[in-house]
Write a protein that binds this ligand. Structure first.
Ligand SMILES: [Zn+2]
Length: 344
């Protein structure tokens, strides 16, 4: 069987379906790529574009896409004018104006490829008007056009959109599969695994099932702040479970970033950690998002009752809301510490 989409990890069903559709020239003119954030939807979309343009497309001696021919290289480097990414920019939704622009653009023939591929990111954030505006084009686009609608949950798209595009699913990849991939393919990862296995496990957990993110985190510029943030999250949980000590709490508050975005990110991470602790109290098997070591999570979870953990989740959620509405950063965090009984 011909090798296809070789740098997409796991997701065997998806890879086989695409390989067979491309080989039989029976590719639909639109697909919905559905999967959680970080499961590689964009990577899959770019590989489909490369497979369609690959100069070795019809040579079974090469993998599909070959990743080496000039067409593959141009597309994978993001330099092809015929692979067009449509996104919401800094707006909250993907509106009808963006779709109108796209509808005009589809009738301009491709520049140097035989196909024109539109990657619509966060398609679940398309407004109803935008989806309706897209319908006709989605049904009968020019023959060279392929639409790839990337979304976290296809159920949020209109039934009329879903009926015009088969849904393909990208699956999250387990930590073990990511580690195996990194160690087999990236020499630095193998070195990391030998010298600091605990840190590598931490980074893989922080990558939340995304190979791309895990690869990026191997760079020390990226991973040092992540590891520090995870350390602060643990410190916060220990503070909450231990005998309250105001001096420690003040030190912890001082260690937090005063930048709204970074603080919001830290709060989201604490929320993820609290979620793990709640799960540990209910079941032994649920997959954890923050902890790479289940025993550590279970030990920390013993320090709390379920209502205590729920109250902390409420407090953090409220803090994230306040940060979003421009509340004073320092005051918000101090108020939160008081509310959790950390300052007495
Ligand atoms: Zn190629």
């Amino acid at each position: 069987m011909r090798a296809a989409f070789t740098d997409i990890v796991e997701n065997q069903r998806l890879r086989e379906r695409l390989r067979d559709d491309i080989a039989a020239s029976s590719l639909s003119h639109a697909y919905i790529l559905e999967g959680a954030e970080g499961t590689g939807k964009h990577t899959v979309a770019m590989r489909i574009a490369a497979a369609l343009a690959c100069q070795n497309k019809n040579d079974p001696a090469h993998a599909l896409p070959c990743m080496e021919c000039p067409s593959c290289k141009k597309i994978l480097a993001g330099n092809s004018p015929d692979v067009i990414t449509v996104n919401r920019g800094d707006k909250a939704t993907l509106g009808v104006e963006a779709v109108r622009e796209l509808k005009t653009d589809v009738y301009i023939p491709p520049n140097d490829l035989t196909n024109k591929i539109y990657i619509i990111e966060e398609a679940h954030l398309m407004t109803v008007q935008a989806q309706n505006a897209l319908l006709l084009t989605l049904e009968e686009p020019p023959s060279y056009v392929l639409f790839l609608l990337l979304c976290e949950n296809a159920a949020t798209l209109l039934e009329t959109v879903r009926s015009r595009a088969p849904t393909l699913h990208t699956e999250p990849i387990s930590s073990e599969q990511i580690e195996r991939y990194l160690r087999q393919n990236i020499p630095e990862a193998e070195k990391f695994a030998r010298e600091n296995p605990q840190q590598l496990a931490e980074l893989i957990t922080a990558s939340a099932g995304s190979i791309g993110r895990a690869r990026a985190l191997l760079d020390s510029k990226r991973h040092v702040p992540i590891l520090e943030s995870r350390k602060r999250t643990r410190e916060f949980i220990r503070l909450c479970s231990s005998k309250r000590n105001s001096a420690q709490t003040l030190r912890f508050l001082a260690s937090l970033s005063q930048k709204r975005d970074e603080l919001t990110e830290q709060c989201n991470e604490i929320l993820l950690c609290l979620r793990d602790l709640l799960l540990c109290k209910q079941t032994e098997h649920a997959p954890l998002c923050f902890f790479s070591d289940r025993e550590e999570a279970c030990t920390l979870a013993y320090g709390f009752t379920t209502p205590e953990l729920l109250a902390l989740c409420d407090g953090i959620t409220d803090t994230i809301e306040r940060l979003r509405y421009n509340a004073n950063v320092r005051l918000t965090m101090t108020a939160f510490a008081v509310r959790c009984g950390l300052l007495q």
